[in-house]
Write a protein that binds this ligand. Sequence first.
Ligand SMILES: [Ca+2]
Ligand SMILES: [Ca+2]
Ligand SMILES: [Ca+2]
Ligand SMILES: [Ca+2]
Length: 221
Amino acid sequence: MSLSRTLISSLAAALLFLCQAPASAGQITGFSWFSGVASVAGTTFSPPVAPNNDNAVGTSPNSIFVTQKDYRAIGPVDLVFDVTDTGGVTEYLVMEGVQNSTGLDWTSYHIELGFGEGAGFVKSLPGDGLDFDSPDFDSDLDFNPGGFFFPIVTASEDDLFASGGTQPDFSFAGNYLFHIDVPDGITSFTIRQSPIAVPEPTSLCLLLAFGCASLVGLRRE
Ligand SMILES: [Ca+2]
Ligand SMILES: [Ca+2]
Ligand SMILES: [Ca+2]
Ligand SMILES: [Ca+2]
């Protein structure tokens, strides 16, 4: 067989394979992350074992695993996922480990859905199909987006606020868990996450010092 015929045969076989490859709705095909305040390690995802499982009750067997996000300062981390568009809504369980290396205690944690990253981040709209298992939130066996540090969760379609506790400086939680619904009609989406900290100790000291100085000033008048 000549080289050109071999090449054509190989191309034909490759095209046949691509045409026969099964497509899954909302299948995640790529991942990247953006942040000026943190590092992200060990992110894995597999083809969904149960595509089009919206809206199944209970923990989704489709999963995204982020081993660790290590925050060095307060600010957002944008996890951007590429997805295929094939005809349904697939629900994923997102599992993350979160390290606080910011030098500050956190009082709450905010997770948002949207598109793009950094200054170009655009919030997901109500009713666009991309959501935190809204409106039923019926996969709440693991509805624990703030790990064991934050037991109180306020959920809406595109926002999760976890609070009611403190994640101390230099601590790690390996069980940030939440569900997302990934629809058709998009080529990518973003999970933005931001810790919220108590005021910096230096700022508090400055405020206290300013307050004391003011009182001294008042007493002298
Ligand atoms: Ca939405
Ligand atoms: Ca759902
Ligand atoms: Ca939904
Ligand atoms: Ca569900």
